[in-house]
Ligand binder design. Structure first.
Ligand SMILES: Cc1cc2nc3c(=O)[nH]c(=O)nc-3n(C[C@H](O)[C@H](O)[C@H](O)COP(=O)(O)OP(=O)(O)OC[C@H]3O[C@@H](n4cnc5c(N)ncnc54)[C@H](O)[C@@H]3O)c2cc1C
Ligand code: SF4
Length: 330
């Protein structure tokens, strides 16, 4: 591993200043992804700015009823937090579906959002990969791509985003709060990650040096029935092959709110806007759910070896919607 410096920041301002002062710096959360990538030679930071002990390790209710989750809150703590479990069950379920107990104890909310793809070509510096080395090609497109994207991919990159938590945040209309040289701003979680297009080296809309300070879950989706379902090769300790987060409210038999996001199908959590629009104002029946999900997944363009993801995603989404519907009725 290349030698690197280490700075522990005590405040948000100190962290962003330290980042700006050290070319080639990287923020360090729990280190469960970044340090692995350093060992593989994929990441070669000059300096690590440790943000895991910033005073951002708090989950707090805001006056408007929304919930702010600090970027340094550990995945285990957030999954077990009573307000997350009671008000946003999809979030708690998604966190518990990810990684292992030990990893969740170390992993932070900010680091989870910014974890890199698990594409094996990205992780192997001897292979071509436009995300790791722009212009070098995409080994996965015609190579091993069973786990890769079926929606929104490009000639340059067919990788998927690996976070379970991010899928729930997208469906729950959360926002990501950021702080950088130009001050504070926030971005909808569903728009935080990017599609690859011509620039797969950019995973998200974050600007250089910006720090994730927190994630805010809105009052509007607090307490709505929600659920997360993940299909994977093993029952635990495996990334998703397809996953879905659903937030649903049904009034007088009619869908009054639908938030649906798919995981492991695209370079970002895939907010299923077409399906949501098709459902709103219509009956909350299995047939209607199936029609809406089919409409969304009609845009899928599977690669040679991952066509199985389309029916898999369809079936879990229709099943989750159907099972949530009775609880979602008011
Ligand atoms: C064996 C294994 C299995 C796993 N399985 C799953 C799974 O099934 N589902 C799943 O979702 N995840 C899974 N993971 C990934 C795991 O969830 C992530 O490694 C973890 O969430 C990353 O969080 P961290 O705090 O350790 O991030 P780090 O490794 O510290 O950082 C990750 C990235 O985020 C940046 N960063 C960290 N904090 C901030 C901040 N506040 N602001 C700006 N940038 C920041 C870092 O610079 C780095 O680029 C698995 C990991 C392993 C090793
Ligand atoms: S899919 Fe993306 S991450 Fe994987 S090899 Fe191709 S360019 Fe790299």
């Amino acid at each position: 591993m290349k030698p690197f410096g280490y700075v522990r920041a005590a405040s948000v301002e100190e962290a962003t200043e330290a980042f700006a002062a050290h070319p080639g710096a990287r923020y360090l959360g729990g280190g469960t992804n970044l340090v692995d990538l350093m060992k593989l030679g994929v990441e070669r930071p000059a300096v690590l700015v440790d943000v895991s002990r910033l005073p951002l390790d708090v989950v707090e209710e805001l006056p408007d009823g929304s919930l702010r989750v600090g970027a340094a809150v550990r995945n285990s703590d957030l999954a077990a937090h009573p307000m997350a479990r009671d008000r946003y069950p999809a979030l708690s379920q998604a966190l518990l579906a990810g990684a292992s107990g030990q990893l969740r104890n170390a992993a932070t909310t900010g680091g989870n959002l910014l974890q890199r793809t698990r594409c094996p070509y990205f992780q192997d510096v001897s292979k071509p990969c436009n995300k790791r080395e722009p212009g070098s090609g995409c080994g996965a497109r015609d190579g091993v791509h069973r786990d890769h994207a079926v929606l929104g991919h490009s000639e340059r990159c067919v990788a998927t985003h690996p976070s379970d938590m991010a899928v729930a945040l997208a469906a729950l209309d959360a926002r990501v709060e950021l702080y950088g040289e130009q001050g504070a701003r926030s971005v909808p979680a569903a728009a935080f990650h990017r599609l690859p297009g011509q620039h797969p080296e950019r995973d998200t809309e974050i600007r250089p040096g910006e720090l994730i300070t927190s994630v805010v879950l809105p009052a509007a989706t607090a307490g709505l029935p929600s659920a997360y379902r993940k299909a994977r090769d093993r029952a635990s300790y495996a990334f998703a092959l397809a996953s879905v987060a659903v937030v649903l409210r049904v009034s007088d038999g009619v869908v009054a709110h639908a938030g649906i996001a798919f995981g492991a199908l695209a370079h970002r959590p895939w907010r299923a806007q077409r399906a949501e629009e098709a459902l709103l104002g219509g009956p909350a029946t299995p047939d209607a759910f199936a029609r809406a999900v089919d409409l969304e997944l009609a845009a899928a363009e599977p690669l040679r070896d991952n066509g199985y993801k389309v029916p898999l995603a369809r079936n879990i989404a229709v099943d989750v919607l159907t099972r949530l519907a009775p609880a979602a009725a008011t």
